[in-house]
Design a protein around this ligand. Sequence first.
Ligand code: G6P
Ligand code: MN
Length: 443
Amino acid sequence: MSSGLRVSILGGGSAYTPGLIEGFIRMKDTVPLERLVLMDIDSRKLAIVGAMVKTMLEAEMPDTRLDLTQDRLEAIQDMDFILCQIRVGGLNARHIDESIPAQMGLVGQETTGPGGFAMALRTIPVMVDIARDIETHNPGAWLINYTNPTGLVAEAIYKACPIKEISICDEPMILQEALAGFVGVEPASLFMEYFGLNHLGWARRVMLRGNDILPVLRQTLQEVPGLNLDRVFGSDVMADPKAQMELENTLRIFRETGLLPSPYLQYYFFTDEIIRHQADSGRTRAQEVMELEKAILADFEEVTAGRKKPELKRGGRWHADMMIGLLGAIAQGSRSVYIVNVPNQGSMPELPYGKIVEVPAIVDASGSHAFAVGNMPASVRGLIQAVAAYEELTVEAALKGSRKHALEALACHPLVPSRETAKKLLDAYLSAHAEYLPQFVGS
Ligand code: G6P
Ligand code: MN
């Protein structure tokens, strides 16, 4: 590896990219960036986001070389790290993913439930292609993936084309930072005993100098019901209605169970409420994000033209800090602890080997070394095992274009009430997304 890192971002035209670049700027002394390549198939977004990134780099890191490209191989060759945040079919496809179950009175969410299934079928073949390109053209590079659905994508790559890869999600880090802020300590002084799958994980203990802080926190929340959540999570975060609902529900689950959940557990704990909320809002999250993205891109154009100061509204600090911190840990072999998505090699004895699990790991120059987190509490074991089976079948279906596995996958998802419903969902998805599902032709 050269002194500065050579990093590319596939899906670099995303509204999240400038937030990541802010992270590189914050950490420029510890994780210097020699070259940055932004790759995107959407030339318009690439141009807008690219210009914004250029403005940021010129002001803060003028020695970093920036290239914009629509050619994937250019973003793979000669790189140390390839970051990946693609969205196959864009937000229009996400809208379909979310609206088909919503119309059937089911949860319509991009990663959890039927929506995540459809997203996996579209995304997995493209991600495996990317992995194959890396294997052929730059096998020494690291793929850092945060393309959703992260756990399923990681599992497909691990099965079909195992390369140097770590998949990440910012949720566990968000919990850790929020808790640290609330308690008034540095995030690194907390150790989260976290276990599960992506968007389906729990911290069963959070250790601070030998003590688990969760029981005291739970007691505080029970005794102070009107606790000011702005103080816990920050008023910026709480100003976003989606984040507010997610975090309030996270604390509700924690109060009830004593385990600190991923915010995505709300879809399982408060399914009826969420479905009602969905129906009342009359819009999918995809539609909200489309609007948000439009405003963000317009803002970037204003900043680039020098008419406005940058103000990042998507991605944010946690996401960037986790990403850049992880790159630094690999590049410098610093042996830091991160909660990452990695193959189960005994970390979770109640899940199959090779299943991708979200657990703490030491990250160093050779990648991740997952901790053993042991058996799960019986109260959550069944849900995690059921979703693990759904994921395994979905990956199989996406890789093989197998209708049989696809139907089995949906039928055993806890948010799909019957095999009949699974059939209806599958037919609707296969026809609505046919252009992105060539593997299913004739199946
Ligand atoms: C969290 C999740 C990500 C997700 C993001 C945006 O950070 O961990 O997986 O992509 O939220 O969700 P949104 O609904 O705003 O697109
Ligand atoms: Mn995530």
